[in-house]
Each structure stands twice: as structure tokens, then as C-alpha cells.
Ligand binder design. Structure first.
Ligand code: ARG
Length: 298
């Protein structure tokens, strides 16, 4: 079922699914070949060739160290030459847990040709992990950029799906039917927030941080029905620092793009521990903390 109104969301019984999904490990891909090679979002304009590989590596190592410091294991994909965006491991699939608790991977169909070769290595990794693979059949039109646009509601058999420049609703219809999975659709209306993970970050079953201006009225109503509390990400910090791309893997610690003091303060006021992570080289590509990792729940 595709959910597009608060009434539909209210009618959906979230209880009793027996799903439990703490993030146990985090998948990363070292930035060995990271660069802004071609422009496929507004943040990348004027940045072709501008990434300093040594600085990018330092920032990535610090991100990795922060993840380890909060107690999560790290797995890495082997970076492949020529894949300039492979560091953004959130996109070529969405990992999750099936209803029976088994490993699940929804395999993406990337919008841009330069990113399409990222899919096979992540698919193979998931296959080696024994995950059930869900592929988009050829007859289903449209693209789907995995964890960039599709975000699990914590501990619930419910997916939030961003509809925008990278993912189309036909794919959500297919995934919803195939998995008998309710998917709540959110239109992305600002080109700066081109993936859902740039403007929605779930904290726990009741709370999420959002960039309000990235959504339309219907989307804001749906989010208000889905969460008891919506923590607003500061609009300037969301635009300039991708503060909305924060990552909360354990309902306690938040990894926040550095340089977002107003958002940091709001998260602290909500009782969360904030770890600022510098991702300036990755911001040149329109990505930050959340895009650079993929949570593994098995
Ligand atoms: N340069 C990448 C792209 O435009 C950045 C991807 C960021 N990923 C994300 N999940 N927001 O595809």
C-alpha cells in the first residue's frame, strides 16, 4: 500500500509486527576514487575536480573513527577505480530486515550512468551476506536510489519514500506490492534536497529531524502524523552544510555535519549526544554523513 494521507497512515496498524532493527554494523566505502567528476545535483555545480583527495581521506577516516567510537562495527566495500561517487554507499541499495527478521536488500536503479556501475558490487556484497535481494523488473519504469530516498521507520514495517529527482513512485508501488510493505510517499520540492536523506533523518519511532522547506503541505502533514515530534533542522544549516543529512543509528548518538550549531543545540535539547563530523570535501558532491554509510541490522 502506498500511503499519501494522514488518514491512511492512521489506519495502518503498526503494532504486532515483531520487527526489531538495531543497527549492528555500518557499511562504508573508502574514498580512494572520490571526486566531483560530473554534475548531477546543484551542490556539485562549479566543483568539478575540486575535491582534495588527501583531505577527503582524513575526513572519511574521522567519520569511521566516530562510528567505531559509539560502538558500531564497520564493514567496507572495496572501492573501484572510476566510480567517483561510490563513497556514497547509501544509494545503490537499501539494506533492511525482512518481516521475518532475515537480511533484505532492495537493489537500486541509479539515475545517472556514471553511478550505475556502483550497483553490482553492493548487490554482490549483499548476496554474500545471504540477503534476500529485491530487484526492480525491467517493465517497472523509473529509477530508485536506495537508502538515499527510502528510509525505514524505526522498528516498524513501514518505509518513508522520497519522490523527486532520483526516485519515482512507480518503483515504490512495485516494492510495496512485492513486499506487502506500506510506503509513505513524500514529494521533494526543493532541488537542494534532492534525496530524502538530505531533509529527513529518523531518530526513533516517535521522533525525526526534518528540513521543513523541502516538503509540500501534504508531506508535512504525513510526517506530523507519522512522528510525535519533528525536530526542525535549521534552514540555513541545511542549505549550506547539509545538516539534515545527520545520522542517528542508535536513538542516542547523532553524527551531524560540522558547522551546524543551531541544529546541534536543538538535538542536544532533545536529549541526544551530538558528534560533529567534518565532511567539507563531500559537501562539494552534495553528500555528507548519512549518504556515506549504510546501516546493517543483521
Ligand atoms: N554526488 C552524489 C550524487 O549526486 C551524492 C549522493 C549523496 N547521497 C545521498 N544519499 N544523499 O548522486
Amino acid at each position: 500500500m502506498l500511503i499519501q494521507s494522514p488518514e491512511q497512515l492512521a489506519a495502518f496498524d503498526r503494532t504486532g509486527l515483531g520487527r526489531s532493527d538495531p543497527t549492528r554494523r555500518v557499511l562504508l566505502c573508502p574514498p580512494d576514487h572520490f571526486q566531483v567528476a560530473d554534475v548531477h545535483n546543484v551542490h556539485m555545480a562549479g566543483q568539478v575536480g575540486a575535491v582534495d583527495p588527501a583531505v577527503a581521506r582524513r575526513e572519511w577516516l574521522a567519520l569511521r573513527a566516530t562510528i567505531e567510537r559509539i560502538g558500531l562495527g564497520v564493514e567496507t566495500l572495496d572501492p573501484a577505480a572510476g566510480l567517483a561517487d561510490q563513497v556514497f554507499v547509501a544509494n545503490p541499495a537499501l539494506l533492511g530486515l525482512d518481516r521475518d527478521g532475515g537480511p533484505l536488500a532492495l537493489i537500486s536503479r541509479m539515475r545517472y550512468a556514471s553511478r550505475q556501475p556502483e550497483v553490482a558490487p553492493l548487490r554482490e556484497w549483499a548476496e554474500r551476506q545471504g540477503a534476500r535481494l529485491i530487484e526492480i523488473p525491467a517493465e517497472v519504469p523509473g529509477t530508485f536510489e536506495g537508502g538515499g530516498d527510502a528510509i525505514w521507520h524505526p522498528d516498524t514495517w513501514l518505509l518513508w519514500g522520497g519522490v523527486g529527482p532520483r526516485t519515482e513512485s512507480a518503483v515504490y508501488r512495485h516494492l510495496s506490492n512485492t513486499l506487502d510493505l506500506p510506503i509513505a510517499l513524500l514529494n521533494l520540492v526543493d532541488e537542494r534536497f534532492y534525496h530524502l536523506d538530505t531533509c529527513l533523518a529518523v531518530i526513533d519511532t516517535q521522533r525525526a529531524a526534518i528540513v521543513r522547506s523541502a516538503f509540500d503541505t501534504a508531506g508535512l502533514a504525513l510526517l506530523a502524523a507519522g512522528f510525535e515530534e519533528l525536530i526542525p533542522v535549521d534552514e540555513d544549516e541545511a542549505r549550506t552544510r547539509l545538516a539534515g543529512n545527520l545520522y542517528c543509528p542508535d536513538r542516542r548518538n547523532v553524527l551531524l555535519p560540522a558547522g551546524a550549531p543551531t541544529t546541534a543545540e536543538r538535538l542536544r535539547a532533545a536529549g541526544l549526544t551530538v558528534h560533529e563530523v567534518t565532511t567539507d570535501e563531500f559537501l562539494k558532491s552534495g553528500g555528507s554523513v548519512y549518504c556515506m554509510r549504510q546501516g546493517i541490522c543483521w
